[in-house]
Ligand binder design. Structure first.
Ligand code: F6R
Length: 262
């Protein structure tokens, strides 16, 4: 795992967007794993700008989102399909037929997880998975005690997650209490992972995720097992990290990051 600390949210978002753009330019039919949430909004806005100004081409990209609420149809403004259309898909030239989310209103809810895994596999697996982190330590909606080998399935959301996300609904009580989520095991199978974390309210959980012991109580700690994970954070989120100086040294000296240093 590598941790890159940027001075503020704008710089963190800009670096994350540049890394994604580099991967798309290297492989036009990249299979992207996508996340939703507040952190991703400015990242998707930046990718849309890169599409408009630099011709960043999504036409052959495929995408799989991490999660979707159970019971919300795609046209519901609280659904993650709606979010993705609004924030990214309608702003770039991705082919909507190549974009995938678990179906939260599938007739056969029990079979949906397995079908989703099969679709990911049929596309050759995820090349680059984007992640945020929730205050419960979740990645996707893998709440505490999610098996580190879990695959896409239904999950009951914790009170912490409900408190975090219900303000995003017009009527907070409308937020579903269950969701489909890729498993921790699904996420770990991605070839590369990019986690973006900003803001002081994430400092405590980020320190646990990155520098704490691996535990299913904090799903994000499983990323320590992944061979190609980059965590981009702003200074506020990095506040409680112990090895900041080392992370800065790596970013400022390793040739891999040369093109991204300003
Ligand atoms: C959403 C997802 C979640 C969010 C996390 C952070 O698809 O996978 O794990 O990334 O809850 O959300 P924000 O960015 O709203 O703090």
């Amino acid at each position: 795992m590598e941790v890159i600390i940027q001075k503020n949210k704008a710089a963190a978002v800009s670096l994350a967007a540049k890394l994604i753009a580099r991967e798309i330019r290297k492989k036009a039919d990249l299979v992207l794993g996508l996340a939703t949430g507040r952190t991703m909004e400015s990242l998707y806005a930046e990718l849309a700008v890169m599409h408009n100004n630099e011709g960043l081409d999504f036409s052959l990209c495929r995408s799989f989102n991490l999660d979707e609420y159970i019971g919300l149809p795609p046209e519901h403004p609280g659904s993650y399909r709606y979010y993705m259309n609004e924030h990214l898909f309608n702003k770039v030239n991705i082919d909507l037929r190549n974009t995938h989310l678990p179906n939260g209103v599938a007739e056969d809810l029990d079979g949906e997880g397995e079908r989703y895994e099969e679709r990911i596999e049929a596309c050759g697996g995820i090349d680059l998975q984007l992640l945020g982190i929730g205050c419960s330590g979740h990645i996707g909606f893998n709440e505490p005690l999610s098996s580190l080998m879990s695959k896409t399935r239904q999950k009951a959301l914790t009170p912490v997650t409900i408190a975090q996300n219900s303000p995003l609904f017009d009527k907070p009580e409308d937020m579903p209490k269950r969701a489909f989520t890729m498993g921790v095991g699904t996420i770990l199978e991605s070839r590369r992972i990019l986690m973006l974390v900003t803001g002081r309210e994430k400092a405590q959980i980020l320190a646990k995720a990155v520098e704490g012991p691996i535990t299913s109580m904090v799903s994000a700690t499983a990323l320590q097992l992944h061979p190609a994970t980059v965590v981009i954070v702003d200074e506020e989120a990095a506040e409680l990290l112990q090895e900041k100086e080392y992370y800065h040294w790596i970013f400022n000296n390793e040739p891999e990051w040369e093109e991204f240093r300003v």
